[in-house]
Design a binder for this molecule. Structure first.
Ligand code: PLP
Length: 387
């Protein structure tokens, strides 16, 4: 049997909404950005998640870039983020004119360690970008407290965390800004897409974000009839997704809880199936603190060392199970080394990244596929983890 790492889950309305979007161009509709479906999905997040203002973007990457641009970083300004993340989180800081400063993670949730954030703060620090790894919330009370003490902006990288919660609040709605991704590998998808949540609701910040997102023009105001012509008012870019993509996304959001429950079912089956091996000390399973309601974005196993992890991964691949690892830490990547970092600077990040393995997980994973994965992993566990 071949088990892919990820498979797109269709709710059934994607084509219907895309067709409607395209056909609407024959009357008054449009397939450019900020059309009918873009407004539907924005309104969805604003009403369901309680986000004050949501702007859809072309990706999670551009949502973070837009948030960082709003900080107006000056040369030498620093932004603290984990090294255990996707390159986008750090690229946004550099593109925004700042310097990424990497903090270590805690070995339980693989989220940024607040104690390490404190040691990295300098007079040049402007912001913190916590990443909610695996859709398990960072300890936001502690992070917001640090931010308040030092007057720092908090941008949540909630690319993994759509529909997950911290103490009952949706991830992405807690910091000053939240960033979502709708890339094909995330929980709710449209191929490539993202969203920026502006949680202060501050009208000047919202207006500036709209301008940057619309090529530096005040076109959004023009469309609302607030100005009678639009013009170039600031330096911007184009971060608007086509309404065709938002039509796809709307079909996914209609089934928000269905998709999450399907993922949770797979996550729980892995957890229960592998629990006995954790009790024997062969592996460590994900830890979800009481304050977090996770969304089963991904399931990972920590092995006791890198050779065992690699042996298990290769053995599973031989059996058609596509298990993969991530992240190659950013601080010890070529760019990170160029910034002056050495491997040993963030020991927990280095250690975790060598021992972590992700298992296939997607909504709509067939019962047979899931059972095959679990029994294959179980039957190999004794051989493979004996050194
Ligand atoms: C996927 C991801 C991003 C980027 O999202 P895209 O939509 O792929 O651009 C950013 N941060 C993290 C943690 C991610 O996993």
């Amino acid at each position: 049997m071949q088990i892919p790492f990820n498979r797109l889950y269709l709710t059934g309305n994607e084509l219907k909404f895309i067709e409607d979007c395209i056909l609407s161009t024959q009357t008054r509709g449009s397939i450019t950005g900020d059309g009918k479906y873009t407004h539907f999905v924005q309104a969805f997040f604003e009403s369901e998640f309680g986000a004050k203002k949501v702007l859809m973007t072309t990706s999670g990457t551009t949502a973070i870039e837009l948030a960082v641009r709003l900080l107006d970083l000056k040369p030498g300004n620093e932004v603290i983020l984990p090294s255990f993340t996707f390159s986008s989180t750090a690229n946004a800081v550099i593109l925004g004119g700042g310097k990424p400063v990497f903090a270590d993670i805690t070995g339980d949730t693989q989220n940024i360690n607040p104690a390490d954030i404190r040691t990295k703060i300098t007079p040049k620090t402007r912001a913190i970008i916590p990443v909610h790894y695996a859709g398990v919330a960072c300890p936001m009370d502690e992070i917001m407290e640090i931010a308040q003490e030092h007057a720092l902006v908090v941008i949540e990288d909630a690319a993994h965390g759509v529909n997950a919660k911290y103490k009952g609040k949706y991830l992405g709605t807690i910091g000053d800004f939240g960033c979502y991704s709708f890339h094909e590998t995330k929980n709710y998808v449209c191929g490539e897409g993202g969203a920026l949540l502006i949680n202060s609701g501050d009208s000047r910040i919202i207006e500036r974000a709209e301008v940057i997102r619309e090529k530096g023009t005040n076109r959004s105001k023009f469309h609302r009839g607030e100005v009678d012509k639009y013009t170039w008012v600031d330096v911007g870019s184009s971060y608007l997704p086509s309404d065709i993509l938002m039509a796809f996304l709307y079909a996914q959001l209609e089934k928000l809880d269905e998709i999450q429950n399907l993922r949770l079912k797979v996550w729980n089956a892995y957890y229960n199936g592998l629990n006995p091996y954790e009790a024997e000390g062969k592996i460590q399973l994900p830890i979800v603190p009481d304050y977090a309601e996770h969304n089963a974005h991904l399931f990972y196993v920590l092995f006791n060392d890198e050779p065992i992890r690699d042996r298990v991964m290769n053995k599973l691949k031989e059996k058609g199970i596509n298990a993969v690892f991530h992240y190659v830490p950013l601080h010890s990547s070529p760019v990170g080394r160029g910034l002056g970092y050495r491997k040993e600077d963030l020991p927990v990040t280095e250690d975790i990244s060598r021992r972590l393995l992700r298992l296939p997980l997607y909504a709509g994973m067939r019962e047979g596929e899931l059972q095959y994965c679990i029994t294959r992993i179980q039957s190999d566990m004794y051989d493979l983890t004996r050194c």
